[in-house]
Design a binder for this molecule. Structure first.
Ligand code: ADP
Ligand code: 5GP
Length: 202
């Protein structure tokens, strides 16, 4: 069986990653999502185990010590990390998996899994990013400021990614992300079985 693909999705907070991914998963339930372990407080509307596992700092540090994380980073004062085993399991079972991480997490994954495909979700403008973050209404003014400062640093590193998708229209952005995944599924690397199957029946 050919291996599954690892797709790393980043973009500044408020660029619309969750919205774009929601659109993609609604149409493509076969694709897996890597649930991160994080130490920030749960926001209204979030649910344990849906996008994140909300854990204590002690628990997180234990995971680092036991080498249970593929990557981890501190973002605006909290730990965020990708559990290693579910990603390895998906790949070995031939399933595609999406990992949503910040730019530092993406750089760590690139080093460990050079075959991972990386995608940056870009807001149409900085003004629009600010409007979306304020409009989402999930953070205080101070936290929004911190996230906007971090956004500038992240956008400066968008060049490190294989693909950039501008999230102007969310449905179109979901389709673009799916196009990237579909193109990767067509790579010869992932279709070696087909070559053998056809040849065997000659
Ligand atoms: P992220 O996951 O990157 O932090 P979200 O998906 O939570 O971002 O989106 C931030 C806010 O912007 C949300 O209120 C969402 O509804 C809105 N949003 C996302 N994509 C678009 C878009 N293409 N056009 C307008 N608003 C959007
Ligand atoms: P939020 O608090 O808005 O949910 O996420 C803040 C930032 O953390 C976003 O840029 C998001 O992509 C990133 N993030 C989410 N999960 C992980 C993770 O497992 N590892 C890393 N490094 N970043 C993550």
């Amino acid at each position: 069986m050919s291996k599954g693909g690892v797709f790393v999705v980043s973009g500044p907070s408020g660029s619309g990653k969750d919205t774009v991914l929601k659109g993609l998963f609604a149409e493509n339930p076969d694709i897996l999502f890597s649930i991160s372990s994080i130490t920030r407080a749960m926001r209204p509307g979030e649910r344990e185990g849906e996008k994140y596992n909300f854990i204590s700092r002690e628990h997180f540090e234990e995971m680092i010590k036991n080498d249970l994380l593929l990557e981890h980073n501190v973002f605006v004062g909290n730990y965020y990390g990708t559990p290693r085993i579910p990603v390895e399991k998906a790949v070995s079972e031939g399933r595609d998996i999406i990992i949503e991480v910040d730019v530092n997490g993406a750089a760590q994954i690139r080093k460990k899994l050079p075959e991972a495909v990386t995608v940056f979700i870009m807001p149409p403008s900085f003004e629009e990013l600010k409007r979306r973050l304020v409009g989402r209404g999930t953070e205080s003014e101070e936290l929004i400021e911190k996230r906007l400062r971090s956004a500038l640093d992240e956008i400066k590193r968008a060049e490190e990614y294989d693909y950039i998708i501008v999230n102007d229209d969310a449905a179109a952005a979901s389709q673009s992300l799916m196009s990237v995944i579909k193109a990767c599924r067509l790579k010869t690397e992932r279709q070696k079985n087909i070559i053998n199957e056809v040849l065997e029946k000659c």
